[in-house]
Design a protein around this ligand. Structure first.
Ligand code: VGL
Ligand code: ZN
Length: 199
């Protein structure tokens, strides 16, 4: 089975001007589209939070975006309100080729648990269902691209490697938030998990 392409969170809120805009986040869309056109299997992920999600700073009086909080499942960064279900910011970038997608997986819909990874929520145990989907299609090799490198891409890549997938991340088709050295940490964690980084 050839390598499946997983495109992480190419949504307006992660593009410049969005609620959690990543610098140059939109510039990777044409390159991702070329990959989509060539990939035998295409999966898109979509960050998809209910209003009032507990990862939003606005849900915690006195807290601001980038503050940390202790959740029952561990430390959690607080974010600006973003990717609220049905909002423009939650929509895929209009230039992204979504028609060829075999599967669109949404995550972050649990009001009390964030979900960076496409495989598990941030409690690291509630499954999104993507692993079952890939297993039942016999897919064992993955290529990840998208936003943001140091959060959703890195967590997805690390989980995939730990689940036994052969994982490549094309860093040239990702862009990072880079909060307090998060990019360096994410790179180190991906490498330690056995992820291959291409750039
Ligand atoms: C993401 C922070 C919060 C991401 C999603 O897509 O990397 N980061 N929600
Ligand atoms: Zn989110």
């Amino acid at each position: 089975m050839p390598r499946a392409l997983i495109v992480i969170d190419v949504q307006y809120d992660f593009c410049p001007g969005g609620a959690l805009g990543v610098a140059d986040g939109d510039t990777i869309v044409p390159g991702i589209n070329r990959r989509i056109e060539d990939a035998p299997v295409v999966i898109l992920t979509q960050d998809w939070h209910p209003a009032g999600h507990l990862s939003f700073a606005s849900s915690h009086p006195g807290k601001a975006p980038a503050d940390m909080i202790d959740m029952p499942y561990g430390p959690q960064v607080l974010w600006p309100d973003h990717c609220v279900q049905g909002s423009h910011g939650a929509a895929f970038h209009e230039d992204l080729l979504t028609d060829p997608a075999d599967m669109i997986i949404r995550k972050g819909y649990n009001p009390e648990i964030d979900s960076y990874s496409a495989f598990f929520e941030n409690d690291r145990e509630t499954a999104t269902g993507l692993h079952g989907y890939l297993q039942s299609r016999g897919i064992s090799r993955l290529m990840l691209v998208g936003l943001a490198t140091d959060f959703c891409v890195a967590y997805s890549a690390e989980d995939a490697a730990q689940l036994g997938y052969d994982v490549q991340v094309d860093i040239s088709l990702c862009r990072a938030i880079d909060l307090d050295g998060s990019m360096a940490t994410a790179k180190a964690r991906m490498l330690a998990a056995g992820v291959t980084l291409l750039d």
